[in-house]
Design a protein around this ligand. Structure first.
Ligand code: FAD
Length: 466
């Protein structure tokens, strides 16, 4: 029986990474929980994000492997890639995962509604099903976990000809020529995917370097590696017009270029998904992008309304949304007040070569610390050098010169994402460079370079006047 004569102790809006975890754990803590999802269970990550993307990343990497295999004595026969096989098998996998999400929620005792939710008042939601029917539910507490959606450039003539990451997973045919607008990790990952799959791929980005927010050296190094693999990168330009012609799509750029393509994809950022929620009526404070403003416990300006995940625009990653959802459930229904710790979240960019990173970039460290030591190496790994591949790997350790504490580690190369997960533990524990140095190497691996990097590349002292 729910508290205060409400239908539910908790109603969750959104069945994605954050909402599902929050609903499941709250229910396990004894709350009566309802959840509404208007699209598919699993949310962005499972349906149109991390999971299908990673499957495409794996698919895109075989070309490299075939190339290198001959250096190891293999004769690889005729190669061909069938887009519809990949997409079909990917869809089956996503169906399977969605079913698991539904089952786990039901097993945990959560009542599911395949419906769109909006506020009628502070404790009442209107649930609208696909057939148009509506019902009202009341809840003591409400969690908004509605995620985000791809931003478009509404002022761009011909924008309707472009696709976003939502549609890219469902194209009938693989584009032979694709142009991707954007410089963030989603844009760059898809550029790398299509390049690996053999499409003529161009990335166009208005900034002076891709992957803003990452370590500057990592950004340049990654771009150069991708260019070596055939990706064309146009920096400092934007599209001024898109049009459909008999030759395919044509994109005109601010630098006067005319780019022909079978598909033009926009990945220029994501906005918090607050559309149609009726938030104005309930007085939940929002920021400039519409993001829901929350405190360290994910509580909004209304005491009984909480928000987690991308809709709060803190760190927009699945494991972060999951942790925020879990912390919310423990705080509100588990009697264990838990603040989400957003520091030193390790992350990966699944380009080929991939990026794994945790902690401060060199530029962040130099802005906040008196003395910063950089240890850096870039080299050809054994695996790449042997078959004659020119691909290089970068490793960079950023150290507080005064305390010896490792502030950040950045890796570009095979396995970098996997490495960053473990490096994240070391950084969370406050490891020093001396701790790295006294760790015995695992040989022969690429990762051993991280514990054998003894020679400092640079030391930066902060100007006393700064
Ligand atoms: P979501 O997972 O977006 O879930 C929100 C859900 O709410 C959706 O299912 C939506 O349909 C539903 N909803 C919205 N409004 C309503 C409403 N009014 N009523 C009912 N239901 C509603 N993160 C990583 O960590 N690693 C990656 O490699 C990675 N790759 C990505 C690749 C792409 C292409 C994209 C787009 C994202 C990627 N992300 C990745 C980010 C990750 O997907 C998100 O950070 C994560 O899904 C956020 O979870 P969430 O619970 O906040 O929202």
């Amino acid at each position: 029986m729910a508290s205060h004569n409400y239908d539910y102790d908790l109603f969750v809006i959104g069945g994605g990474s954050g909402g599902v975890r929050a609903a499941r754990i709250s229910s396990q803590h004894g709350a009566k929980v309802g959840l509404a999802e208007y699209d598919r269970y699993g949310g962005t990550c499972v349906i149109r994000g991390c999971v299908p993307k990673k499957l495409m990343v794996y698919a895109s990497r075989f070309a490299n492997e075939f190339e290198e295999a001959s250096g190891y004595g293999w004769t690889v026969g005729e190669r061909s890639f069938d887009w519809s096989t990949l997409i079909g098998r990917k869809d089956e996998e996503i169906d399977r995962l969605e079913e698991i999400y539904r089952t786990n929620l039901k097993k945990a005792g959560v009542t599911l509604f395949d419906a769109h939710a909006r506020f009628a008042d502070a404790h009442t939601l209107i649930l609208k099903s696909g057939d148009g029917s509506e019902q009202k539910v009341t809840a003591d507490r409400i969690l908004i976990a509605t995620g985000g959606y791809p931003k478009l450039d509404d002022r761009l003539p011909g924008m309707e000809h472009a696709i976003t990451s939502n549609a890219v997973f469902h194209l009938d045919e693989m584009p032979k020529r694709i142009v991707i607008a954007g410089g963030g990790y989603i844009a760059v990952e898809f550029a790398s995917i299509f390049c690996g799959l053999g499409a003529d791929t161009t990335l166009i980005y208005r900034g002076d370097e891709i992957l803003r927010g990452f370590d500057d050296e990592v950004r340049t190094f990654t771009r150069e590696q991708l260019e070596r693999k055939g990706l064309k990168v146009i920096l400092g330009e934007v599209f001024t017009k898109l049009e459909e012609t008999p030759q395919g799509l044509v994109g005109h750029t601010s630098g006067g270029k005319v780019l022909e393509a079978d598909q033009i994809m926009f990945a220029i950022g994501r906005n918090p998904n607050v559309h149609g929620l009726g938030l104005q009526g309930v007085g939940v404070a929002q920021g400039a992008k519409g993001e829901i403003i929350v405190d360290a416990f994910s509580q909004t300006s209304q005491d009984h309304i909480y928000a987690v995940g991308d809709v709060t625009d803190r760190i927009n990653l699945t494991p972060v949304a999951i942790r925020e959802g879990h912390a919310f459930a423990d705080t509100v229904f588990g009697g264990m007040p838990t603040r989400m710790d957003h520091a030193d979240v390790a992350t990966a960019v699944f380009t080929t070569p991939e990026i794994g990173t945790v902690g401060l970039t060199e530029q962040e460290a130099r802005a906040t610390h008196q003395m910063v030591d950089i240890y850096r190496t870039d080299f050809r790994t054994m695996k790449k050098a042997f078959p004659g591949s020119s691909e290089r790997m970068l490793m960079k350790i950023v150290v507080d010169g005064q305390t010896d504490r490792v502030l950040g580690v950045h890796v570009v190369g095979d396995g970098a994402g996997e490495m960053s997960q473990l490096l994240g533990i070391a950084i969370k524990m406050g490891a020093t460079k001396a701790d790295f140095d006294r760790t015995v190497a695992v040989h022969p691996t690429a990762a051993e370079e991280l514990v054998t990097l003894r020679t400092r590349s640079e030391r930066y002292m902060k100007d006393a006047a700064e």
